[in-house]
Structures are given as C-alpha cells and as structure tokens.
Ligand binder design. Structure first.
Ligand SMILES: C[S@@+](CC[C@H](N)C(=O)[O-])C[C@H]1O[C@@H](n2cnc3c(N)ncnc32)[C@H](O)[C@@H]1O
Length: 210
C-alpha cells in the first residue's frame, strides 16, 4: 500500500517521542535499579546464559543500559539497539570506556542489521510489545524473521517479557511460538517473579537455540 512508508514513519516518530518522554521524566523510569521484581528479572535473564561467554551479542531495546552492563562483561563484542536517543545517551555514559560495546539508534522494525548469523546471543527484553501496533503489524511480523536470521549456529535467543494477566501471558507465548515456527528450538521457559509481591506482574522468560 502506498501509505505504508508514511504510516511507518509516523509510528516510528510517535514511539521515539513517547520513549523520549518516558526517559526524560526521570532516570530509571522502569525501576531497573530500584525494584526487587526488576532485579529478579534481570538476574533470571543472566542466569539463562548458564555461564556462557559470547563472541558477538545483540541487545534489542537496551534502554539506559542496565542489562547492557551485565552483557558487556559476557561478550567480546556487543551491539545494543534502542529507538530513544535520551535512553541511549544515558546508556553510552554508563558504558563509557567499554570500547567493545556499540550503540545503534534505530527502530528495531527498520534496522537491516548485520549479515545473517552474526550473533551468538540475542536478548529481547520487554520490547516486542512496543513493536506490535495495529497499523504497522506487517513490520512487526517481519521483525521475527530478521531477528531469527541474525542468530548464528549454536546461538542463544533470550526472550523476557512482563505480563499481568493470562491474556498477556498468551501474547508473550505467541512471541516465542513465532520463533519456533522459524526453526528455533525452545530450551526452557519459566515465569519469573512473585505476582503477589510485584503488583501482579511476572516475566515470561524463554530460551531458544538455533
Ligand atoms: C521497557 S524497556 C526494556 C529495557 C530492557 N530491554 C529490559 O529488558 O529491561 C523498552 C525499551 O525498548 C525501546 N523500544 C521501544 N520500541 C522500540 C523500537 N521500535 N525499536 C527499538 N527500541 C524500541 C524503548 O525505547 C525502551 O528503551
């Protein structure tokens, strides 16, 4: 459809503005450094690596770089992607001096990325539901194929998305199922967090391999 590029541009601009507003209001708006639930979630994501070290890691939706810092200790090369320049500015400051970390400001749905199979670790935490909007659903669906394509042989894909209802959990399972349909193998899946203690929120953590 001829309007598609315009709709995608408008959506990209709206998402960037919205995320910039969120990050401009205050530092650490999601409480990654203050909420016990978030610490537990990030610990569980790191535990999913099972002590492995990686040659080339990719983090989609890196925000202010809290998990990026942990990844930087585990990967020889790390690419961290986010749509928000405000968040990326803080992430760059946090990771200053870590020359093996590259930041990319882009919309995940538009990023051509490097060559297929370039990464042996891809981390996608609390970002896919931002990409799934009615008028740009095709770009959202296409992103799964590109992400799966970037994963090399023996590569590990870690998905971690919060949910607060059975319906939201099903949607998160749908992300993992899309990757399975693209040929990735589920290694393990667990719900992280105590819903009673975290306002009903838990995180569906899934590990997949090529
Ligand atoms: C809730 S934070 C998640 C941060 C981190 N990945 C985690 O698991 O804690 C979501 C991040 O995704 C970014 N984001 C949202 N839509 C995006 C898009 N279309 N392309 C790239 N980044 C996006 C936001 O700017 C934000 O920094």
């Amino acid at each position: 459809m001829i309007l598609d590029p315009l709709i995608r541009w408008l959506n990209r601009r709206a998402v960037r503005r919205k995320m910039d507003r969120v990050f401009s209001r205050k530092a650490d708006p999601y409480g990654y450094e203050s909420l016990p639930y978030e610490t537990q979630r990030l610990d569980a994501m790191e535990a999913a690596f099972q002590g492995r070290r990686f040659e080339a890691a990719l983090e989609l939706g890196c925000a202010e770089g809290v998990f990026t810092e942990r990844l930087a200790d585990r990967a020889a090369m790390l690419t961290a992607v986010d749509i928000s320049p405000v968040a990326l500015e803080r992430a760059r400051r946090r990771l200053a001096g870590r020359a093996h970390v590259e930041f990319v400001e882009t919309d995940v749905r538009d990023w051509p990325g490097p060559s297929p199979g370039a990464f042996d670790l891809i981390v996608v935490g609390d970002v896919l539901y931002y990409l799934d909007k009615p008028l740009v659903r095709e770009a959202f669906e296409q992103a799964f194929g590109r992400i799966a394509g970037w994963l090399g042989p023996r590569g590990l894909l870690v998905l971690a998305h919060g949910f607060a209802s059975p319906e939201e959990r099903r949607i998160r399972e749908g992300y993992r199922q899309r990757f399975e349909r693209l040929g990735l193998r589920l290694l393990g899946e667990t719900a992280v967090g105590d819903a009673g203690a975290s306002g009903g929120v838990q995180c569906l953590l899934s590990s997949l391999a090529r």
